[in-house]
Design a protein around this ligand. Structure first.
Ligand SMILES: C[S@@+](CC[C@H](N)C(=O)[O-])C[C@H]1O[C@@H](n2cnc3c(N)ncnc32)[C@H](O)[C@@H]1O
Length: 206
C-alpha cells in the first residue's frame, strides 16, 4: 500500500489525530457497554478495526484478565501513533480495513467502534466482508455507531456537515443491522447507550 493512497483515504483523521483523545470521554460509556456485551475471554484473539488512537483497546486493558492477543488496525499512522497507552504486547497495524492483512478465520472477536457510520456504503460493505472473512465460524463482531434518534435532533446540522468520509461524518447516525445481515452475520444483541454520544451497540455472530 503506497503512503499517498493511505494518506488520501484517512487524511482527515490524520489531521485531527493530535486532538482526537479530547473527545474520548464521550465514547467511553458505549465502549464499556460493548465490552460488557462481548465478554472477551482471556484465550480469545481480538481484532479492533479502525482502532484510531486505541480507545476500545485502552478500555479493554483495564479489564482483568485481558485477552493475550489483541490487534488494532487503522489506515492512519498518525492515529496509531497516539495509541501509546495500549499494552505494549498488543499489536498495532497500519492497513486498509478493506484488505485486512490477516488469514481467514484467525480471530475470535472483531470490533469496529465509531467506524461504520463514517464510511461510504460500498466501503462499509467491503469492511464488513473482510471482518466476516477473518473471523472464525461462530466468532462475534461488536459495533458501535451513532444512534439514529440523534439524527432527528440534529438533522439540519448533520445534513450540512456529515457528507463524505472524514471527521465531519463522525456524528452521522447509522443502524448497522442491515449491513451486518447483508454481510452474512446474525444479530445477537442491540443496546442503545444514552450517556456520552447517543450510541448504538450491536453484537453479531458469524
Ligand atoms: C471515528 S474514528 C474511530 C476510532 C476508534 N475506533 C474510536 O472508537 O475512537 C475512525 C477511524 O477509522 C479509520 N479509518 C477510516 N477508514 C479506514 C479504512 N478504510 N481502513 C482502516 N481504518 C480506517 C480512521 O483513520 C480513524 O482512525
Amino acid at each position: 500500500m503506497s503512503a499517498s493512497r493511505r494518506s488520501r483515504r484517512t487524511r482527515g483523521w490524520s489531521s485531527v489525530a493530535a486532538v482526537y483523545d479530547r473527545q474520548l470521554a464521550l465514547e467511553r460509556p458505549a465502549l464499556r457497554s460493548l465490552l460488557t456485551m462481548l465478554r472477551i475471554g482471556v484465550d480469545e484473539a481480538l481484532l479492533d478495526v479502525g482502532t484510531g488512537t486505541g480507545g476500545l483497546l485502552r478500555e479493554l486493558a483495564t479489564i482483568a484478565p485481558r485477552p493475550k492477543r489483541a490487534v488494532g488496525v487503522d489506515d492512519s499512522p498518525q492515529m496509531l501513533e497516539r495509541a501509546a497507552p495500549v499494552p505494549a504486547d498488543w499489536e498495532m497495524v497500519a492497513a486498509d480495513a478493506q484488505r485486512l492483512p490477516f488469514a481467514a478465520a484467525s480471530f475470535d472477536v472483531a470490533t469496529a467502534t465509531y467506524l461504520l457510520h463514517v464510511l461510504e456504503p460500498t466501503v462499509r460493505a467491503a469492511v464488513l466482508a473482510e471482518i466476516h472473512r477473518v473471523l472464525r465460524p461462530g466468532g462475534r463482531v461488536g459495533l458501535v455507531t451513532i444512534a439514529p434518534p440523534f439524527a432527528r435532533l440534529t438533522w439540519p446540522l448533520l445534513r450540512a456537515f456529515s457528507a463524505g468520509a472524514g471527521p465531519l461524518a463522525g456524528l452521522r447516525p447509522l443502524d448497522p443491522a442491515p449491513d451486518l445481515l447483508a454481510a452474512g452475520f446474525t444479530i445477537s444483541a442491540r443496546l442503545p447507550v444514552r450517556r456520552g454520544y447517543p450510541s448504538l451497540c450491536v453484537v453479531g455472530r458469524r
